[in-house]
Structures are given as C-alpha cells and as structure tokens.
Design a protein around this ligand. Structure first.
Ligand code: ASP
Length: 301
C-alpha cells in the first residue's frame, strides 16, 4: 500500500516581506486539512480539491477571494482539477461570480462531456449545478484594489520587466498521492494583475498549469502564465519522471528550461509515483507546504 503524500503551493513571485507569515500560515492550514483526509485513506482528488478550496477562501492568495483584477477592474478566475487514475480533467477559464472555481472545475469533470468551460458559459453551467452567485465585491480585497489602482494610467504603472517578475503571484495549487496509488492535481488563480479581459493563463490548461497521471506523477505550476504555457511545464515535469528523474530533479529541470528557453519566471510542485515531493522556482520567492516522510507538515516562503 503506497504511503500518501502531499505538496501544495501559494504562488511564486516577489512575495512581499510583510505577507510571508500569512503565506506560510495559509499554506500550512490548507496542507493540514488535505492531510487529514489523505492520511485517513481519502482519495487524492478530494484532498487536492479541499486544499485548493481553503486557499481560494484565504484572501492572502490570488485565487477565489483575493483574486487579482483585470484591466477593467473585474475578476476573472481560472481553475483545473485532474485525476491521474483516468486522465479525466475539468477546468474553467475566466469564470466570474463564483466563490470556489475549483469546485466548478470538478463539476465540469464529473457532469459534462467537456474538459474546459469559459466565461459566461462556465458561469451559466455553475448556476445550472446549484452554485450560488457570489458577487464580485465579495472576491475583491483592498490589497488587490491598491495594486490595480497603481497599474492604472497615472497610477505609477510598473514596467514590463516588473510585471514579468511579479505577475499575479499567489496562485495556488496542490498535488497528492493517495493510499491507492492514485495521484491528482488542482490549480486555481485570478491570473495576472491588469490582464486584458478574456485573457486565460496556463492554470486551467491540461499539461500547463497542471498535470496528473498515475503512471508518472503530478505537477502544478505557477508564475508568468504565457511562459509556462509555451513550455507545457507540468506535463514536461511528469515526462521527466517517466525518464527516471525524481520529483525534485524534474522540478529543477523544467524551471531551468523555462528560464533558458523562454526567459520565463515561475515555480512548480511535483509528486512522483513513489510519493517523493519536490519544488523549484526562479522567482524571488515561492510559498509551499508539504508533508515530510515522518508525517509532519512543513511550510516555507
Ligand atoms: N500562472 C498564473 C497565470 O498566469 C499566475 C500565477 O501563477 O501567479 O494566470
């Protein structure tokens, strides 16, 4: 019987000094909830969804409550959930007015023939499944609003380099292996600050923001989405595992490739099918929590 395993992240970027503790605490709390489930024999899929829901509800992170704002001051969120046992996946892109985008992604996976629903269609689907309207005002935080104001003309707009270095950090994701040897992943984000309305990043795309396959492992990415997409980073990490890399080696290799090939910035968490976890990033910081082989939770930021 495999020993369950878990690692999650709360984004990679220029996480400000005064929010380091919040990031570490939020990651630790989500890991504890997911670990309670996994260590009692629960499915990896339920554990990653539970972890991401907690992180979506925590205003510290750029997902659900606390998502960053579009150029027009609106909120459009992306999320995905993938089951390594079947390769089934459900995702939403640019969805509005829902509290937990990852829960809608799960319904897409379980109740439709599709993998990805976007925009108004995704929101209509959520309503058809009984998900209540969650007003945008309930998702916006003062901190995100301040960043948005700063990015407006005359508001001290940041340079393109600065946007690349700090873009939308605080996205969340989790990967897990359960006692039955199944892996799963979930990723959720508000995207990047000041994005064009309708922009969808890497997060809800299979192989980019997330990938899970029982034969390989699972990965969840964060960072500058356009660069993560170009390198199909999560699937690439899983393929390296197939080639003999450990989770840590796979994470380091894909971040090196991201840097060298497209000058990209980001971070990734990986679990391999032996349950070893790894993470790597080339941004100033990354928020993570994982369960050690001894069963205790460690959080770092
Ligand atoms: N990857 C996300 C996006 O580009 C942002 C992030 O991970 O912080 O939408």
């Amino acid at each position: 019987m495999p020993t369950p395993s878990l690692i999650l992240h709360g984004g990679a970027g220029n996480i400000p000094d005064d929010t380091l503790q919040e990031h570490a605490d939020g990651c630790r709390q989500a890991a504890q909830i997911a670990w309670d489930l996994l260590s009692r024999g629960g499915p990896a899929l339920d554990a990653v969804e539970a972890a991401v829901r907690v992180l979506e509800d925590d205003p510290t992170f750029n997902a659900g409550h606390g998502a960053c704002l579009t150029r027009d001051g609106d909120i459009e969120m992306d999320a995905i959930l993938m089951d390594g046992a079947t390769l089934n996946a459900g995702a939403v892109g640019a969805i509005q007015r829902v509290k937990n985008p990852v829960a809608v992604a799960r319904l897409v996976m379980e109740r439709t023939q599709h993998c990805l629903l976007v925009g108004a269609g995704a929101e209509a689907f959520a309503r058809s499944q009984g998900i209540p309207v969650w007003p945008t005002q309930n998702l916006i935080t003062e901190r995100r609003l301040a960043r948005w104001r700063e990015a407006q003309p005359g508001g001290g707009q940041r340079s393109e380099t600065s946007v690349r270095e700090t873009a939308g950090h605080d996205t969340v994701g989790a990967v897990a292996l359960d006692v039955n040897g199944h892996v799963a992943v979930a990723t959720s984000t508000g995207g990047i600050d000041n994005k064009l309305p309708g922009r969808v990043g890497d997060s809800p795309l299979i192989g980019c923001g997330a990938y899970a396959d029982d034969a390989l492992g699972a990965a969840s990415a964060t960072g500058w989405g356009e660069s993560l997409m170009k390198t199909v980073i999560s699937k690439s990490a899983c393929e390296l595992i197939a080639g003999g890399a450990t989770a840590q080696q796979a994470a380091e290799a894909v971040i090196r490739h991201l840097d060298e090939r497209v000058n990209g910035r980001g971070g990734i968490i990986v679990v391999d099918r032996q349950g070893r976890v790894g993470y790597a990033f080339n941004t100033p910081r990354m928020a993570c929590a994982w369960v050690t082989p001894e069963g205790s939770i460690r959080a770092e930021c």
